[in-house]
Design a protein around this ligand. Sequence first.
Ligand code: ARG
Length: 609
Amino acid sequence: LIRESIAQELKSSVMEVTESFSITEHLETVFAQAFAIAFPEYGNVPVIIAPVNSASAKYGDYQCNNAMGLAKKMKEMGVNKTPREIANELLKACPASPIINKLEVGGAGFVNVFLSKDYAAKALQNILRSGIKPPRVPKQRVLVDFSSPNIAKQMHVGHLRSTIIGESISRLLEFLQHDVIRINHIGDWGTQFGMLIAHLEDRFPDFLNVSPPIGDLQSFYKESKKRFDTDEEFKKRAYNRVVSLQNGEANSRKAWTLICDVSRKEFQTIYDRLDITVKERGESFYQSHMLSVVDFLRKKNMLEEDEGRQIMWSDEGKSGVPLTIVKSDGGFTYDTSDMAAIRHRIDEEQCTWIIYVVDSGQSTHFNTIFKAAERCGILNPTIHRVNHVQFGVVLGEDGKKFKTRSGDTVKLSDLLNEGMKRSLEQLSSRGRDKILTPDELIEAQEAVAYGCIKYSDLSHNRISDYVFSFDKMLDDRGNTAVYLLYTYTRICSISRKLSEDVSNLKTILDTVEIVLDHEKEWKLAKTLLKIHDILLKCSKDLFLHFLCEFCFEVCAVFTEFYDSCYCIKKNKDGEIVEVNYSRILMCEATAAVLRQCFYILGLKPVSKL
Ligand code: ARG
């Protein structure tokens, strides 16, 4: 009786979420119920569900792998049962689920799950009717700190990685219905502004009335640094300017704004080209918060004097490196601004999840900040989640740090221009410049250029260093944006061949049901329905290469399907003699799944390429 009611409950919960649930999570619930019924005394064992490699489809689509471990555990408790016996008991205790067609015990004691084609067809039809619905997760207020270049310095490839990864993480979490705040924590504060302002006063005394023509802010920075290091009088004045800037003195403030504007414009052109949305809230924003966090830490007895500095240890045992909260000259540091920022994000922004997309070189810094924030009571790990989403360095094709031939840091705008040039060459080599209209060509060129730069970054495990190579990213055979974009346009072109307009799928959906009889149709359906699992997997540890691998798999499986299943049959004269509308629907569902993934990865799908 209990089993029946559980089965009923499950059934209704499945019906309700058919449009948007993770198959793995659903099977975990099914097997957790089975555990509770068959082995109540081992009820809290975590259920292990794994998808079965499609090459072994005869063993099912997913399997529950718990029996082997459980047999061992039972043996320790003096109960002798073989894994196969256990698997059989689990199987019998499984409540009915509309997504399961049959269960079988196989091998050493796996419970093999065969998915229901009925359910799969319905789920795909749902996708076509109402789009891909996000899997349900508890909603959080998340702040993503990404991009974060520094004023007057070059925005380099490290910032490019942060920008690309941060944008995609934001898109992913937004799709999962989180409340996402995207923050650009620009380095716009600190002692270097003293020398920049002092130098500006000397070079452009008229700066209050006439906007100074500082196109090349980096050389301006270098000049001022040189004077700062060699000229004592200048150095003194620079220190003065820092103080007046922090006190809000009008002229220094104006000079600072002018300098920041130059960088800001440069950053914005990069963001516009790459379709990046991020709100600027630089270090300067936290000036008053730094004053109050210092106060807060002092009251909590967290600060310790060290050769004139005020430092804070992140743990009482004083291990690791302490944070420098106040310098001996009274100034604040990168540490101070991050302590102020985390406090603001938790207390005022009410975030329960904060994500820092910053290179691996800063992992000690962030670990110390997180521990210190916990120690002084800003962060409560049972409520707040913090992640340093770290990434490796970008290497050139020679395996060394990415540099120009002359050894300088690569300017991002030059890099994007080079991408545009190479992308046009790629398209021309396929004769696309002759087929596409000028507008279509530009659209394609941008989609390929920016898409390949983003995708080659996202498709590698972000923790490792990665080699930046236009040749590799523009290869149309590997796991590249070019390959995905071409496959997508190929799918779009299929329904374009039909004489009728299928852009309104509703009419077809009302009269045609998806049929999954052919082995390749079934394989494609099962692949597409993994999307919810994959999105959850990506959000768990914030790794986007899983989504890239999934796109690659979808394209490969689609190609297998298209090679062996006709969608449109033509006669010798090229006239359409038969259309398989179920398969047309499969093509459209594939396109819908890819579009959703492309959006998260920042790829622009073009219908002609
Ligand atoms: N501006 C810093 C840099 O270029 C990155 C800032 C990252 N965010 C933060 N909250 N510390 O290295």
